[in-house]
Design a protein around this ligand. Structure first.
Ligand SMILES: NC(=O)c1ccc[n+]([C@@H]2O[C@H](COP(=O)([O-])OP(=O)(O)OC[C@H]3O[C@@H](n4cnc5c(N)ncnc54)[C@H](O)[C@@H]3O)[C@@H](O)[C@H]2O)c1
Length: 305
């Protein structure tokens, strides 16, 4: 496939290089001239294991090049991946201005493009943004209808910095947020050689899965650190505790306790949580996540009443 990758940061650069290595013809687009020149010189603009040699080989093979000309890139491509940043504003809200700008430019390019093209958004966006911002901008500036005249899908990325090339080829899952079946078939076909379950979801669910994942990953880190602090208090080997904890794939690392619905209760969970928080408090150990768990449960009960 001929693919344009818009935004050559972490996600875009790894995606562009790996998609080229899979045999696709890639035009990467960035407003940053240095990144564009580096790629065309066969150099990776980001430091990531194995990426230098992939970029070098793929540029030499002619399957990977870069430009600042988004119009030209879209005109030559059957798929356009949007990989620009979605940073936080000062108040924590999601800044979608880079996405909005590229959607206007892609829309204008689509207006001039006679053949069908599928736009896929790799960047992380909150539920509702695809439907209220991204698709309307593409439609307004192309004069075309998404799902009919051009394709659209969400395709969030799950790579981790430091192992992103490995993660590209070994993702935990492939998520496709579906506007229509044809668009999602096009995106699914890209990942045919990759061994990972493919989940085709609604746009909202696809966007939300990414936030559920990242929220959970953050909670896992904070949880392990709070347990670690309590272990230290008792001179207990926290790594051994967490190692055994993670070996339990029936109740701990499983879908158990992960169904939205009822608050927790019964004779053990509230009592044991209170006891461990109390002992931490008495020894000046801060465990705000464990404390917040009780508060969250109370709020859930109030919400249900
Ligand atoms: N970094 C990660 O590990 C990671 C993992 C998964 C998902 N994500 C998500 O993927 C998205 C991209 O993240 P990133 O870390 O690659 O961002 P980044 O900031 O490293 O790269 C974004 C790139 O887009 C370019 N850009 C901005 N406006 C442009 C425009 N109008 N035209 C062309 N290029 C433009 C910038 O110059 C930059 O090179 C974000 O939504 C992020 O949340 C990131």
């Amino acid at each position: 496939m001929d693919i344009a990758v818009i935004g050559l940061g972490y996600v875009g650069c790894v995606s562009a290089a790996c998609l080229a290595q899979m045999g696709h013809t890639i035009i990467g687009v960035d407003i940053n001239e240095t990144k564009v020149n580096m790629i065309n010189d066969g150099l990776s603009p980001i430091i990531e294991k194995n990426l230098d040699s992939i970029v070098k080989d793929q540029v030499a093979s002619g399957r990977l090049k870069a430009t600042r000309d988004i119009d030209m890139a879209v005109s030559q491509s059957g798929i356009v991946f949007i990989c620009v940043g979605t940073p936080s504003r000062a108040n924590g809200s999601l800044n979608t201005e880079y996405i909005e700008r590229v959607c206007i430019e892609i829309g204008r390019a689509l207006a001039q493009k006679p053949d069908y093209c599928t736009v896929a958004l790799r960047s992380t966006i909150l539920p509702g943004i695809a439907e209220s911002v991204v698709v309307p901008l593409l439609e307004e500036h192309s004069g075309k209808k998404a799902g009919a005249d051009f394709g659209f899908a969400l395709n969030p990325e799950f790579l981790r910095e430091g192992s992103s090339v490995y993660d590209f080829y070994h993702p935990p899952k492939t998520i496709i947020g579906e506007l229509d079946r044809k668009s999602s078939d096009v995106i699914a076909s890209i990942y045919e050689g990759i061994d990972a379950p493919v989940f085709r979801l609604g746009l909202g669910e696809a966007a939300m899965v990414k936030y559920a994942d990242n929220s959970f990953h953050a909670i896992k880190v904070a949880f392990a650190n709070e347990i670690g602090r309590i272990c230290k208090l008792y001179d207990i080997d926290s790594r051994m505790v967490m190692d055994v904890f993670t070996k339990d794939v029936k109740l701990n690392l499983s879908s158990c306790y992960l169904k939205p619905g009822f608050a927790f209760g019964g004779s053990c969970l509230p009592k044991d949580l209170r006891a461990i928080i109390h002992t931490a408090n008495q020894n000046d150990i801060e465990v705000p996540l464990l404390k917040a768990t009780i508060e969250s449960n109370m709020k859930h009960i109030e919400h249900a009443l």
